[in-house]
Ligand binder design. Structure first.
Ligand code: ADP
Ligand code: MG
Length: 451
Protein backbone atom coordinates (compact mmCIF):
# COMPACT_ATOMS: atom_id res chain seq x y z
CA UNK A 1 0.00 0.00 0.00
CA UNK A 2 1.34 3.30 -1.01
CA UNK A 3 0.93 5.46 2.08
CA UNK A 4 3.95 3.87 3.71
CA UNK A 5 6.26 4.30 0.76
CA UNK A 6 8.00 7.51 -0.24
CA UNK A 7 6.33 8.89 -3.29
CA UNK A 8 7.18 12.03 -5.19
CA UNK A 9 4.49 14.57 -4.36
CA UNK A 10 2.38 15.91 -7.22
CA UNK A 11 3.05 12.83 -9.23
CA UNK A 12 -0.23 11.39 -10.44
CA UNK A 13 1.53 8.80 -12.59
CA UNK A 14 3.18 6.99 -9.74
CA UNK A 15 0.05 7.38 -7.60
CA UNK A 16 -2.04 5.74 -10.30
CA UNK A 17 0.34 2.91 -10.99
CA UNK A 18 0.48 2.05 -7.29
CA UNK A 19 -3.28 2.33 -7.11
CA UNK A 20 -3.65 0.01 -10.05
CA UNK A 21 -1.40 -2.53 -8.38
CA UNK A 22 -3.35 -2.52 -5.15
CA UNK A 23 -6.65 -3.03 -7.02
CA UNK A 24 -5.34 -5.58 -9.47
CA UNK A 25 -6.72 -9.12 -9.49
CA UNK A 26 -4.62 -11.40 -11.62
CA UNK A 27 -5.84 -14.69 -13.02
CA UNK A 28 -4.13 -16.37 -10.03
CA UNK A 29 -6.01 -14.12 -7.60
CA UNK A 30 -9.26 -15.04 -9.31
CA UNK A 31 -8.48 -18.76 -9.06
CA UNK A 32 -7.78 -18.33 -5.35
CA UNK A 33 -11.06 -16.50 -4.86
CA UNK A 34 -12.91 -19.35 -6.61
CA UNK A 35 -11.26 -21.96 -4.37
CA UNK A 36 -12.03 -19.99 -1.22
CA UNK A 37 -15.58 -19.52 -2.44
CA UNK A 38 -16.07 -23.28 -2.82
CA UNK A 39 -14.62 -23.81 0.62
CA UNK A 40 -16.98 -21.28 2.19
CA UNK A 41 -19.97 -22.65 0.24
CA UNK A 42 -19.29 -26.12 1.54
CA UNK A 43 -18.99 -24.91 5.11
CA UNK A 44 -22.13 -22.80 4.79
CA UNK A 45 -24.14 -25.74 3.42
CA UNK A 46 -23.04 -27.92 6.35
CA UNK A 47 -24.04 -25.32 8.90
CA UNK A 48 -20.43 -24.53 9.86
CA UNK A 49 -19.16 -21.01 10.47
CA UNK A 50 -18.71 -19.36 7.06
CA UNK A 51 -18.83 -15.93 5.49
CA UNK A 52 -21.38 -17.44 3.07
CA UNK A 53 -24.63 -18.06 4.91
CA UNK A 54 -26.03 -20.34 2.17
CA UNK A 55 -29.65 -19.93 3.18
CA UNK A 56 -32.13 -22.53 1.90
CA UNK A 57 -35.12 -20.87 0.23
CA UNK A 58 -37.56 -23.80 0.56
CA UNK A 59 -38.57 -23.48 -3.05
CA UNK A 60 -37.29 -24.71 -6.42
CA UNK A 61 -37.34 -22.78 -9.67
CA UNK A 62 -40.52 -22.42 -11.72
CA UNK A 63 -41.74 -24.80 -14.39
CA UNK A 64 -43.57 -22.15 -16.43
CA UNK A 65 -47.07 -23.47 -15.85
CA UNK A 66 -47.78 -21.48 -12.70
CA UNK A 67 -50.75 -19.14 -13.00
CA UNK A 68 -52.96 -16.65 -11.21
CA UNK A 69 -52.98 -13.12 -9.85
CA UNK A 70 -50.60 -12.22 -7.07
CA UNK A 71 -49.73 -9.18 -5.08
CA UNK A 72 -46.02 -8.59 -4.64
CA UNK A 73 -44.02 -6.44 -2.23
CA UNK A 74 -40.42 -5.46 -2.82
CA UNK A 75 -38.49 -4.29 0.22
CA UNK A 76 -34.73 -3.91 0.31
CA UNK A 77 -33.95 -1.86 -2.76
CA UNK A 78 -33.93 1.86 -3.31
CA UNK A 79 -37.71 2.09 -3.24
CA UNK A 80 -40.36 0.07 -1.55
CA UNK A 81 -42.79 -1.22 -4.18
CA UNK A 82 -46.21 -2.81 -4.30
CA UNK A 83 -47.26 -4.66 -7.45
CA UNK A 84 -50.03 -6.75 -8.85
CA UNK A 85 -48.80 -9.43 -11.22
CA UNK A 86 -50.72 -11.76 -13.50
CA UNK A 87 -49.17 -15.08 -14.47
CA UNK A 88 -50.75 -16.64 -17.53
CA UNK A 89 -49.49 -20.20 -17.14
CA UNK A 90 -47.50 -20.18 -20.37
CA UNK A 91 -44.27 -18.60 -19.16
CA UNK A 92 -45.60 -15.06 -19.46
CA UNK A 93 -45.83 -12.70 -16.50
CA UNK A 94 -47.46 -9.29 -16.66
CA UNK A 95 -47.34 -6.40 -14.20
CA UNK A 96 -50.88 -5.04 -13.91
CA UNK A 97 -50.14 -2.33 -11.36
CA UNK A 98 -47.03 -1.00 -9.72
CA UNK A 99 -46.48 1.83 -7.23
CA UNK A 100 -43.28 3.02 -5.58
CA UNK A 101 -43.09 4.42 -2.08
CA UNK A 102 -40.09 6.17 -0.60
CA UNK A 103 -39.31 4.90 2.87
CA UNK A 104 -38.53 7.92 5.04
CA UNK A 105 -35.12 7.75 6.75
CA UNK A 106 -36.83 8.00 10.13
CA UNK A 107 -38.76 4.81 9.36
CA UNK A 108 -35.67 2.93 8.08
CA UNK A 109 -33.95 3.75 11.34
CA UNK A 110 -36.97 3.66 13.63
CA UNK A 111 -38.78 0.62 15.00
CA UNK A 112 -39.89 -2.52 13.21
CA UNK A 113 -43.51 -1.87 14.16
CA UNK A 114 -43.38 1.53 12.45
CA UNK A 115 -41.69 0.04 9.39
CA UNK A 116 -44.38 -2.63 8.95
CA UNK A 117 -47.13 -0.08 9.66
CA UNK A 118 -45.69 1.99 6.84
CA UNK A 119 -45.72 -1.05 4.55
CA UNK A 120 -49.34 -1.89 5.42
CA UNK A 121 -50.39 1.72 4.87
CA UNK A 122 -48.70 1.70 1.47
CA UNK A 123 -50.54 -1.49 0.53
CA UNK A 124 -53.81 0.14 1.58
CA UNK A 125 -53.08 3.14 -0.65
CA UNK A 126 -52.18 0.78 -3.49
CA UNK A 127 -55.46 -1.11 -3.14
CA UNK A 128 -57.57 2.03 -3.04
CA UNK A 129 -55.72 3.74 -5.87
CA UNK A 130 -55.96 0.73 -8.17
CA UNK A 131 -59.50 -0.27 -7.20
CA UNK A 132 -58.51 -3.74 -6.09
CA UNK A 133 -61.38 -5.61 -4.45
CA UNK A 134 -60.80 -7.01 -0.98
CA UNK A 135 -63.67 -9.53 -0.96
CA UNK A 136 -61.51 -12.46 -2.02
CA UNK A 137 -58.32 -13.73 -0.49
CA UNK A 138 -55.23 -12.16 -2.01
CA UNK A 139 -52.02 -14.16 -2.15
CA UNK A 140 -49.03 -12.02 -1.50
CA UNK A 141 -45.40 -12.67 -2.30
CA UNK A 142 -42.95 -10.65 -0.24
CA UNK A 143 -39.49 -9.92 -1.58
CA UNK A 144 -37.43 -9.27 1.50
CA UNK A 145 -33.88 -8.67 0.33
CA UNK A 146 -31.99 -9.15 3.55
CA UNK A 147 -30.40 -12.26 5.06
CA UNK A 148 -33.17 -14.30 6.63
CA UNK A 149 -33.40 -17.80 7.99
CA UNK A 150 -36.33 -19.73 6.61
CA UNK A 151 -37.79 -23.05 7.69
CA UNK A 152 -40.52 -22.97 5.05
CA UNK A 153 -41.55 -20.71 2.17
CA UNK A 154 -43.87 -18.44 4.14
CA UNK A 155 -41.79 -17.56 7.19
CA UNK A 156 -38.37 -15.96 7.57
CA UNK A 157 -36.35 -14.68 10.48
CA UNK A 158 -34.18 -11.64 9.85
CA UNK A 159 -30.53 -12.45 10.63
CA UNK A 160 -29.11 -8.97 10.18
CA UNK A 161 -29.92 -5.78 8.33
CA UNK A 162 -27.79 -4.64 5.38
CA UNK A 163 -27.83 -1.69 2.94
CA UNK A 164 -28.32 0.94 5.62
CA UNK A 165 -31.49 -0.38 7.30
CA UNK A 166 -31.45 -0.44 11.11
CA UNK A 167 -35.11 -0.64 12.23
CA UNK A 168 -35.14 -1.97 15.77
CA UNK A 169 -36.88 -5.12 16.96
CA UNK A 170 -36.81 -6.98 13.65
CA UNK A 171 -33.59 -9.00 13.89
CA UNK A 172 -34.55 -12.43 15.23
CA UNK A 173 -38.24 -11.93 14.39
CA UNK A 174 -40.34 -13.55 11.65
CA UNK A 175 -40.91 -10.81 9.08
CA UNK A 176 -43.97 -12.58 7.60
CA UNK A 177 -45.55 -12.50 11.04
CA UNK A 178 -44.70 -8.83 11.52
CA UNK A 179 -46.27 -8.10 8.14
CA UNK A 180 -49.38 -10.20 8.88
CA UNK A 181 -49.87 -8.39 12.19
CA UNK A 182 -49.56 -5.00 10.49
CA UNK A 183 -51.98 -6.06 7.72
CA UNK A 184 -54.60 -7.15 10.27
CA UNK A 185 -54.16 -3.92 12.19
CA UNK A 186 -54.93 -2.00 8.99
CA UNK A 187 -57.94 -4.18 8.14
CA UNK A 188 -56.18 -5.99 5.36
CA UNK A 189 -56.70 -9.46 6.86
CA UNK A 190 -57.69 -10.88 3.46
CA UNK A 191 -54.15 -10.60 2.28
CA UNK A 192 -52.18 -13.71 3.03
CA UNK A 193 -48.39 -13.81 3.03
CA UNK A 194 -48.01 -16.85 0.76
CA UNK A 195 -44.30 -16.63 0.06
CA UNK A 196 -41.30 -14.83 1.37
CA UNK A 197 -38.21 -14.68 -0.80
CA UNK A 198 -35.00 -12.87 -1.31
CA UNK A 199 -34.73 -10.77 -4.50
CA UNK A 200 -32.14 -13.15 -5.94
CA UNK A 201 -34.60 -16.02 -5.53
CA UNK A 202 -37.27 -13.89 -7.22
CA UNK A 203 -34.87 -13.10 -10.05
CA UNK A 204 -34.07 -16.75 -10.64
CA UNK A 205 -37.75 -17.73 -10.35
CA UNK A 206 -38.86 -15.04 -12.81
CA UNK A 207 -36.32 -16.07 -15.44
CA UNK A 208 -36.90 -19.80 -14.97
CA UNK A 209 -40.60 -19.16 -15.64
CA UNK A 210 -39.64 -18.58 -19.28
CA UNK A 211 -36.20 -20.24 -19.56
CA UNK A 212 -35.68 -23.68 -18.11
CA UNK A 213 -31.89 -23.50 -18.22
CA UNK A 214 -31.89 -20.77 -15.59
CA UNK A 215 -30.18 -21.97 -12.43
CA UNK A 216 -28.69 -18.81 -10.98
CA UNK A 217 -30.02 -15.36 -10.09
CA UNK A 218 -27.90 -12.32 -9.27
CA UNK A 219 -28.47 -8.76 -8.11
CA UNK A 220 -26.01 -6.00 -8.95
CA UNK A 221 -27.84 -2.97 -7.61
CA UNK A 222 -27.68 -1.06 -4.34
CA UNK A 223 -26.21 -4.26 -2.91
CA UNK A 224 -25.14 -7.54 -4.47
CA UNK A 225 -26.19 -11.12 -3.88
CA UNK A 226 -26.82 -14.37 -5.71
CA UNK A 227 -28.79 -17.57 -5.47
CA UNK A 228 -28.50 -20.85 -7.34
CA UNK A 229 -30.08 -24.27 -7.61
CA UNK A 230 -28.65 -26.89 -5.27
CA UNK A 231 -29.24 -30.62 -4.84
CA UNK A 232 -31.12 -31.06 -1.57
CA UNK A 233 -28.70 -33.90 -0.74
CA UNK A 234 -25.86 -31.36 -0.68
CA UNK A 235 -27.61 -29.16 1.89
CA UNK A 236 -26.24 -31.07 4.86
CA UNK A 237 -27.59 -28.66 7.41
CA UNK A 238 -31.19 -29.48 6.40
CA UNK A 239 -33.04 -32.24 8.24
CA UNK A 240 -34.51 -33.24 4.90
CA UNK A 241 -31.12 -33.60 3.22
CA UNK A 242 -31.82 -37.23 2.37
CA UNK A 243 -34.58 -36.12 -0.01
CA UNK A 244 -34.26 -36.08 -3.77
CA UNK A 245 -34.73 -32.90 -5.77
CA UNK A 246 -33.46 -29.38 -5.75
CA UNK A 247 -33.83 -26.24 -3.70
CA UNK A 248 -32.71 -22.69 -4.33
CA UNK A 249 -29.98 -21.41 -2.03
CA UNK A 250 -29.55 -17.75 -1.22
CA UNK A 251 -25.77 -17.50 -0.86
CA UNK A 252 -25.68 -13.99 0.66
CA UNK A 253 -22.42 -13.64 -1.25
CA UNK A 254 -22.14 -9.96 -0.41
CA UNK A 255 -20.66 -11.09 2.90
CA UNK A 256 -17.84 -13.16 1.33
CA UNK A 257 -14.68 -11.97 3.03
CA UNK A 258 -11.71 -13.69 1.43
CA UNK A 259 -10.70 -10.95 -0.96
CA UNK A 260 -7.70 -8.80 -0.12
CA UNK A 261 -8.69 -5.31 0.94
CA UNK A 262 -7.02 -2.05 0.01
CA UNK A 263 -6.74 0.70 2.60
CA UNK A 264 -9.72 2.40 0.95
CA UNK A 265 -11.86 -0.66 1.61
CA UNK A 266 -10.78 -0.57 5.24
CA UNK A 267 -11.64 3.13 5.63
CA UNK A 268 -14.97 2.68 3.88
CA UNK A 269 -15.88 -0.37 5.95
CA UNK A 270 -15.11 1.33 9.24
CA UNK A 271 -17.46 4.19 8.42
CA UNK A 272 -20.46 1.95 7.66
CA UNK A 273 -23.10 0.87 10.15
CA UNK A 274 -22.09 -2.80 9.63
CA UNK A 275 -18.27 -2.80 9.88
CA UNK A 276 -16.65 -6.15 9.14
CA UNK A 277 -19.73 -7.38 7.30
CA UNK A 278 -20.67 -7.46 3.62
CA UNK A 279 -17.03 -7.10 2.59
CA UNK A 280 -17.53 -8.25 -1.00
CA UNK A 281 -20.66 -6.16 -1.40
CA UNK A 282 -18.64 -3.14 -0.33
CA UNK A 283 -16.21 -3.79 -3.21
CA UNK A 284 -18.86 -4.36 -5.85
CA UNK A 285 -22.19 -2.70 -5.41
CA UNK A 286 -23.81 0.61 -6.27
CA UNK A 287 -24.08 1.76 -2.70
CA UNK A 288 -20.29 1.69 -2.27
CA UNK A 289 -18.33 2.03 -5.52
CA UNK A 290 -18.70 5.80 -5.63
CA UNK A 291 -17.45 6.08 -2.08
CA UNK A 292 -14.33 3.99 -2.80
CA UNK A 293 -13.53 6.23 -5.77
CA UNK A 294 -14.21 9.32 -3.66
CA UNK A 295 -11.75 8.21 -0.98
CA UNK A 296 -9.08 7.82 -3.67
CA UNK A 297 -9.86 11.20 -5.22
CA UNK A 298 -9.75 12.91 -1.84
CA UNK A 299 -6.32 11.46 -1.22
CA UNK A 300 -5.10 12.56 -4.63
CA UNK A 301 -6.39 16.07 -4.01
CA UNK A 302 -4.75 16.13 -0.60
CA UNK A 303 -1.47 14.93 -2.14
CA UNK A 304 -1.77 17.62 -4.82
CA UNK A 305 -1.86 14.98 -7.53
CA UNK A 306 -5.19 16.23 -8.78
CA UNK A 307 -6.92 19.62 -9.12
CA UNK A 308 -3.91 21.24 -7.47
CA UNK A 309 -4.92 24.67 -8.79
CA UNK A 310 -8.33 25.07 -7.24
CA UNK A 311 -10.22 24.16 -4.13
CA UNK A 312 -11.75 20.89 -5.22
CA UNK A 313 -13.42 18.77 -2.59
CA UNK A 314 -15.52 15.64 -2.71
CA UNK A 315 -17.35 15.24 0.57
CA UNK A 316 -18.72 11.94 1.83
CA UNK A 317 -21.83 10.96 -0.10
CA UNK A 318 -21.24 13.52 -2.86
CA UNK A 319 -19.66 11.15 -5.32
CA UNK A 320 -21.98 8.36 -6.33
CA UNK A 321 -21.71 5.28 -8.51
CA UNK A 322 -23.98 7.07 -10.99
CA UNK A 323 -21.26 9.75 -11.32
CA UNK A 324 -18.69 7.08 -12.05
CA UNK A 325 -21.02 5.77 -14.75
CA UNK A 326 -21.26 9.19 -16.29
CA UNK A 327 -17.51 9.72 -16.16
CA UNK A 328 -16.72 6.33 -17.67
CA UNK A 329 -19.27 6.82 -20.42
CA UNK A 330 -17.47 9.90 -21.73
CA UNK A 331 -15.72 8.71 -24.88
CA UNK A 332 -15.36 12.14 -26.43
CA UNK A 333 -11.90 13.30 -27.58
CA UNK A 334 -11.66 16.06 -25.02
CA UNK A 335 -13.68 14.43 -22.25
CA UNK A 336 -16.12 17.30 -22.31
CA UNK A 337 -18.90 15.42 -20.53
CA UNK A 338 -16.55 15.03 -17.57
CA UNK A 339 -15.61 18.72 -17.80
CA UNK A 340 -19.28 19.61 -17.70
CA UNK A 341 -19.91 17.38 -14.69
CA UNK A 342 -16.95 18.96 -12.87
CA UNK A 343 -18.15 22.47 -13.73
CA UNK A 344 -21.51 21.50 -12.28
CA UNK A 345 -19.96 20.71 -8.91
CA UNK A 346 -17.83 23.85 -8.91
CA UNK A 347 -14.54 22.46 -10.24
CA UNK A 348 -13.84 24.56 -13.30
CA UNK A 349 -10.89 24.99 -15.69
CA UNK A 350 -9.79 21.40 -15.46
CA UNK A 351 -7.14 20.09 -17.78
CA UNK A 352 -7.61 17.14 -20.10
CA UNK A 353 -5.06 15.19 -18.03
CA UNK A 354 -7.04 15.77 -14.86
CA UNK A 355 -10.23 14.55 -16.49
CA UNK A 356 -8.37 11.52 -17.75
CA UNK A 357 -7.14 10.77 -14.22
CA UNK A 358 -10.68 10.94 -12.92
CA UNK A 359 -11.79 8.48 -15.56
CA UNK A 360 -8.90 6.19 -14.82
CA UNK A 361 -9.63 6.10 -11.08
CA UNK A 362 -13.25 5.14 -11.81
CA UNK A 363 -12.00 2.50 -14.23
CA UNK A 364 -9.70 0.94 -11.66
CA UNK A 365 -12.50 0.68 -9.08
CA UNK A 366 -15.13 -0.64 -11.48
CA UNK A 367 -12.79 -3.11 -13.14
CA UNK A 368 -12.04 -4.74 -9.83
CA UNK A 369 -15.77 -4.92 -9.11
CA UNK A 370 -16.44 -6.64 -12.42
CA UNK A 371 -13.57 -9.12 -12.01
CA UNK A 372 -14.65 -10.08 -8.49
CA UNK A 373 -18.19 -10.51 -9.81
CA UNK A 374 -16.95 -12.82 -12.56
CA UNK A 375 -14.91 -14.90 -10.10
CA UNK A 376 -17.96 -15.28 -7.86
CA UNK A 377 -20.15 -16.31 -10.81
CA UNK A 378 -17.53 -18.77 -11.94
CA UNK A 379 -17.32 -20.23 -8.43
CA UNK A 380 -21.04 -20.91 -8.26
CA UNK A 381 -21.37 -22.28 -11.77
CA UNK A 382 -18.40 -24.62 -11.34
CA UNK A 383 -19.81 -25.73 -7.99
CA UNK A 384 -22.97 -26.84 -9.82
CA UNK A 385 -21.14 -28.15 -12.87
CA UNK A 386 -17.34 -28.50 -12.41
CA UNK A 387 -16.54 -29.16 -16.09
CA UNK A 388 -19.13 -26.82 -17.54
CA UNK A 389 -20.93 -29.59 -19.35
CA UNK A 390 -24.34 -27.93 -19.29
CA UNK A 391 -25.86 -24.61 -20.28
CA UNK A 392 -26.46 -22.15 -17.45
CA UNK A 393 -28.69 -19.16 -17.87
CA UNK A 394 -27.80 -16.57 -15.26
CA UNK A 395 -30.56 -14.08 -14.55
CA UNK A 396 -29.15 -10.71 -13.54
CA UNK A 397 -31.09 -7.76 -12.19
CA UNK A 398 -29.89 -4.39 -10.99
CA UNK A 399 -29.04 -0.95 -12.26
CA UNK A 400 -25.31 -1.36 -11.82
CA UNK A 401 -25.28 -4.25 -14.28
CA UNK A 402 -27.70 -2.53 -16.58
CA UNK A 403 -26.25 0.96 -16.60
CA UNK A 404 -22.59 0.93 -15.72
CA UNK A 405 -20.57 1.28 -18.94
CA UNK A 406 -18.46 -1.79 -19.79
CA UNK A 407 -19.41 -3.61 -16.56
CA UNK A 408 -21.23 -6.41 -18.39
CA UNK A 409 -18.51 -6.71 -20.99
CA UNK A 410 -15.83 -6.89 -18.31
CA UNK A 411 -17.67 -9.62 -16.42
CA UNK A 412 -18.06 -11.62 -19.64
CA UNK A 413 -14.42 -11.06 -20.65
CA UNK A 414 -13.21 -12.20 -17.22
CA UNK A 415 -15.32 -15.36 -17.45
CA UNK A 416 -13.71 -16.00 -20.82
CA UNK A 417 -10.27 -15.42 -19.30
CA UNK A 418 -11.03 -18.04 -16.63
CA UNK A 419 -12.91 -20.64 -18.69
CA UNK A 420 -11.79 -20.02 -22.28
CA UNK A 421 -14.30 -21.44 -24.78
CA UNK A 422 -16.28 -23.22 -22.07
CA UNK A 423 -17.44 -19.79 -20.92
CA UNK A 424 -19.96 -19.99 -23.76
CA UNK A 425 -21.96 -22.32 -21.53
CA UNK A 426 -22.52 -19.39 -19.16
CA UNK A 427 -25.28 -17.25 -20.57
CA UNK A 428 -25.50 -13.91 -18.76
CA UNK A 429 -28.97 -12.47 -19.28
CA UNK A 430 -30.79 -9.51 -17.91
CA UNK A 431 -33.82 -10.39 -15.85
CA UNK A 432 -36.44 -7.79 -15.79
CA UNK A 433 -37.64 -7.07 -12.34
CA UNK A 434 -36.93 -10.22 -10.43
CA UNK A 435 -37.87 -8.65 -7.16
CA UNK A 436 -41.30 -7.59 -8.45
CA UNK A 437 -42.49 -10.24 -10.87
CA UNK A 438 -40.21 -12.89 -9.40
CA UNK A 439 -41.78 -13.13 -6.00
CA UNK A 440 -45.21 -13.51 -7.64
CA UNK A 441 -43.75 -16.50 -9.46
CA UNK A 442 -42.37 -17.79 -6.15
CA UNK A 443 -45.81 -17.43 -4.55
CA UNK A 444 -47.29 -19.32 -7.51
CA UNK A 445 -44.71 -22.11 -7.28
CA UNK A 446 -45.54 -22.37 -3.57
CA UNK A 447 -49.25 -22.58 -4.41
CA UNK A 448 -48.55 -25.44 -6.85
CA UNK A 449 -46.51 -27.25 -4.16
CA UNK A 450 -49.42 -27.02 -1.73
CA UNK A 451 -51.87 -28.57 -4.19
P1 ADP B 1 -31.97 -2.04 -5.78
O1 ADP B 1 -33.24 -2.71 -6.16
O2 ADP B 1 -31.02 -2.91 -5.05
O3 ADP B 1 -32.10 -0.68 -5.21
P2 ADP B 1 -31.46 -1.10 -8.42
O4 ADP B 1 -31.31 -2.10 -9.44
O5 ADP B 1 -32.68 -0.26 -8.41
O6 ADP B 1 -31.17 -1.83 -7.08
O7 ADP B 1 -30.19 -0.17 -8.44
C1 ADP B 1 -30.12 0.99 -7.71
C2 ADP B 1 -28.67 1.25 -7.42
O8 ADP B 1 -27.91 1.17 -8.62
C3 ADP B 1 -28.43 2.64 -6.89
O9 ADP B 1 -28.36 2.56 -5.50
C4 ADP B 1 -27.10 3.03 -7.47
O10 ADP B 1 -26.10 2.70 -6.57
C5 ADP B 1 -26.94 2.17 -8.68
N1 ADP B 1 -27.15 2.93 -9.91
C6 ADP B 1 -28.23 3.62 -10.30
N2 ADP B 1 -28.05 4.19 -11.49
C7 ADP B 1 -26.82 3.84 -11.89
C8 ADP B 1 -26.03 4.12 -13.02
N3 ADP B 1 -26.45 4.87 -14.02
N4 ADP B 1 -24.80 3.59 -13.06
C9 ADP B 1 -24.34 2.81 -12.06
N5 ADP B 1 -25.02 2.53 -10.97
C10 ADP B 1 -26.24 3.04 -10.89
MG1 MG C 1 -34.27 -4.36 -6.75
Amino acid sequence: MHRGKKRTPNDPCSFLSELEKSFELTREHLEEIILEFHHEMKRGLSGKESSLKMLPAFIDRACGKEEGKFMALDLGGTNFRVLQVDLSGDGKARKEHEEKYVIPKAIMHGTGVKLFDFIAQSIKQFIIYNNIGLENKINLGFTFSFPMKQSNISTGILINWTKGFTAKGVIGADVAKLLTTALKKHRLGNIEVAALANDTVGTLAAKSYEDHDCDMGIIFGTGTNACYREKISNIKKLKSSSEKGYMLINTEWGNFNKIRMTKYDVILDEATNNPGEQRMEKMISGMYLGEIARLILEEMIEDKCLFAKGKAKFSKGDFKTEHMSLIESDDSDKLLKIAEYLEGIGISDTSFEEREILKRVCGIVSKRAARISAAAISAIVTWMDPHLEHKHTIAIDGMLYEKYPHFRQLVAATLKEIHKDASEKINLTRAKDGSGIGVAVVAAVAALYRQ
